[in-house]
Each structure stands twice: as C-alpha cells, then as structure tokens.
Write a protein that binds this ligand. Structure first.
Ligand code: NDP
Length: 407
C-alpha cells in the first residue's frame, strides 16, 4: 500500500487551518493548474513557495498575485531580473539547484507539491520527505528513477506521498476504505495518445508539432511526447509499483481513448472499483491538496450522454516499443528504470529539437540500457551516477544516429 495518510493530528489540523503549500514547478502545466485550484479555494490553501527553472516573467507574475514567502528561479541567469522585479514585495528570492532542493525545508511549509519535470525533482523530494512534509507528487520520473529509496525514506520518516498523476490518483481513490483488502491487480488506462491506431510506417516522419497534439490532455511537452510514444504508461507502471507496493504482474495497461476511466483496482473477491471523471488535471490536483476531503467546485460534470460508448483496447507493443522496454526494466528492477527514464529524457529533448526521429526514441533508450551496468539495490549516489552516465551514453547514441541520418 501507499504510505496512506491516516494521522489523526493531520486530520485535525487540516480541518482547522489553511494548508501552506510550496509549488515546485509553478510555471509548468501542473504548477499553473495547482495555482488555479489554490486561488479557487483560498479558505483552505495559501501559497508559501513558488519555483521555476527559467520562466522568470511568469514566476514574477505568479509571485505578485499569490505573495508567497519565497520564490526560487533555478536558472541563475534570471536571478537579478526576478530579484529586482520583486524588490518592493516582502518575498525572498533564491536561485540555483541547491536552493530548489533546500527551499522545501522551510518550517512554514505544510505541503510540497512537486511538479518539476524529470529527475531534477529527486533532491527536493528527498529533502521534503526528510523534513516530514506532506507531499503531493506529480513528478513521476522521481519514483521511476529512485522509487525504492524514496518509498523507504518516506516510510522511515512517516511521510505521506499523495499521487497527483490522474491514474495514480484514481487508484488511490479506489483504495480509500480498503486498508485491509488485498489488491489482485490494477488496470492503468492509457488514452493511446495522438497516434493511436497508427502503424510503424505511419510514424516514419512524425514532427514534434504532430506529436505534441494530444487528443484529450493539455500537458507539458515532455509528458506529451511520452504519451505519444506510450513511454508515459511505462513510467506510470513503475510509479504504481512503488506507490502501491505492486509486483509487475499485478499491473495491466488498457488503452481507453476517451480518458474517462482513469484506472481500476481489481480486488480478490472479483470486485472492481474504477474512478471516473472528465480528463481535467485540476481534479486529481485538488484531491491531492484537500485529501482526505473533497471540495466543491464548478468544473464541468461527467455525463453518460456525452460518452455513450467507452472503449478499451490492448496496447500495440509492436508499434510503440517504449512499452515493452518498460516491461523489461520493471522486471529487471535495480537501476534499470532510472537508466530508461534518463535516456528517454535525452531522446525526447532531441526529438523536440528536431535532431532525432520519433521512432528512434525507443532505439536510444534500448541501446542505453544495454550499456549501463546493472545494480540491484542502488543507493542515492548510484541513482545519481546512473542518471549521469545514462544521459552521457544516450547523448552519444543520439549524436551517432544524427550523423548517420545526415550521411
Ligand atoms: P512542464 O514542463 O509544463 O513544467 C515543468 C515545471 O518544472 C516548470 O515550472 C519548469 O520551469 C520546471 N522545471 C523544469 N525543469 C527544471 C529544472 N531542471 N530545474 C528546476 N525547475 C525545472 O511539466 P508538466 O507540468 O507537464 O509536468 C510536470 C510533472 O508532472 C512531470 O513529471 C509529468 O510527467 C507529471 N505529470 C504531468 C501531467 C500534466 O497534465 N501536465 C499529468 C500527470 C503527471 P520553467 O517553466 O521555468 O521551464
């Protein structure tokens, strides 16, 4: 089971006072929607910290609107700009990756919502856990790359990690009230992305613009490409393994193009619970912030008349090769998921820059995995080393592919 939150003290405090929230990655897709949820629920939440990598203009606007205690602009180039723009406000301004990792230690923070992208979230997550902050986690690559370590540290520190990812929020919601009941399996649903039903031949000349055109969800660039390659489902299987203590054989994937059923839990008596809702990330974000309560909102409601048919298909693992790679690394365990995720980050970046064809994303990941030595129980240092080495190897492979294509 996920480190579930049934701490009586928290229960009392959560109904008595506002939750002060640090939003890491506030300028991204999840971060912006989190601020929307907070703005709509000012009696329950207030912003304590905001962070961005390089989008200084948006960070400044958000800071002036939400008046946090502190902001971090990770890229040092923009520090002076942010500092100057906020000089007449009582807002502390920090910069650099160390500040990003340390900001979560502030004693005035109750909850840290982590919406950074990629492995950059590892240090802030580990620090937040060690400081026993309540964590709302969107940044799945952290659990993929260092899940064992993160969950072990969370358990030792009695810290709760509440999932924000819609599929994992769905499983989390289905498990509410099921503390003593065994999970037989879970089914994670996948939209299928923009290329559902396409063949390898159809995908030869896919451009970033085509791959970024997701049919159901509006998300950051990296996850949108992961959704198009189905790597996102691979990452989510590994995320589910750690959050809910599942074996790989307990995790199934079903392609459900309407994105209405967000995931299902199958119990050992044959009962199946599913969580249903419109594809709107504000719902799982709000649930993570307000858990264990549900807050009223004005979002559009689900109606069966809008969705007369809900359909389900097995994933196409021949066309979308990232998924079988994820099956392989989840079985292998150790540092292999970390390697897969880091190589994928590099390959996606190269695809978005136009230097790697869409179909070669899986190839780069596969070749990187073949070159990284296997470590069964990686330490934090091992995870960071695997991440660094995988990126270097993937970079080399991408360079070679590029020069082959140019010849
Ligand atoms: P975005 O790319 O939209 O936003 C990422 C945020 O993190 C931005 O604020 C960005 O700052 C910041 N950031 C990126 N890299 C760094 C870095 N190296 N150091 C510090 N800050 C950094 O991503 P999303 O919001 O789409 O996704 C965030 C996470 O949530 C991902 O792990 C994704 O898989 C997961 N997720 C996202 C969903 C979605 O609907 N978007 C759904 C479910 C999960 P800046 O703007 O300055 O670049």
């Amino acid at each position: 089971m996920c480190v579930l939150y049934d701490n009586f003290l928290y229960f009392c405090s959560s109904i008595m006072m506002k939750k002060r929230i640090a939003v890491l990655g506030s300028t991204g897709s999840i971060g912006r929607q989190t601020l929307e949820v907070i703005s709509a629920n000012k009696d329950f939440f207030e912003v304590e910290v905001l962070t961005a990598n390089s989008n200084a203009n948006l960070l400044i606007k958000q800071a002036i609107k939400h008046l946090p205690n502190a902001v971090v602009i990770a890229d040092e180039k923009y520090y002076e700009n942010v500092k100057q723009a906020l000089s007449s406000y009582d807002i502390k301004v920090y910069t650099g990756n160390e500040s990003l990792a340390q900001i979560v230690e502030m004693s005035t923070i109750d909850m840290v919502l982590i919406a950074l992208v990629g492995f950059a979230g590892l240090k802030p997550v580990m620090n937040a856990i060690r400081c026993r902050k309540l964590i709302a986690l969107a940044n799945k690559e952290v659990l993929v790359g260092a899940g064992e370590l993160v969950m072990k540290t969370a358990k030792e520190n009695n810290t709760s990690i509440i999932p924000v990812d819609s599929e994992h929020s769905a499983i989390f919601q289905c498990l509410h009230g099921e503390l003593y009941n065994k999970i037989e399996s879970v089914t994670i649903t996948a939209s299928g992305g923009p290329f559902f039903g396409k063949t390898i031949k159809d995908l030869q000349h896919i451009t970033p613009e085509q791959a970024l055109n997701h049919p159901n969800w509006s998300m950051g660039n990296k996850i949108t490409i992961d959704s198009a390659t189905l790597m996102n489902k691979g990452l989510e299987m590994i995320e589910a393994k750690w959050l809910f203590d599942l074996s790989p054989s307990q995790i199934k994937i079903s392609v459900h193009p309407q994105s209405i059923i967000h995931s299902l839990v199958h119990f050992e008596d044959g009962s199946v619970k599913a969580q249903i809702g419109l594809p709107d990330m504000r719902l799982p974000i709000q649930y993570a912030l307000s858990y264990p309560f549900r807050l009223q909102n004005q979002y559009k409601r689900f109606s069966f008349s809008d969705y007369p048919s809900l359909t389900f298909f097995p994933p196409d693992t021949t066309t979308f090769r990232c998924l079988p790679i994820a099956y392989y690394v989840i079985e292998q365990g150790g540092n292999m998921p970390c390697c897969m995720s880091s190589a994928n980050e590099m390959a996606v970046e190269a695809f978005l820059k136009g230097t790697l064809p869409f179909l070669q994303i899986a190839e780069v990941v596969e070749k990187t995995i073949q070159q990284i030595p296997f470590l069964a129980t990686p330490s934090m240092e091992d995870c960071l080393d695997t991440d660094r080495e995988s990126r270097l190897i993937a970079k080399e492979i991408i360079k070679k592919q590029k020069s082959k294509t140019c010849q």
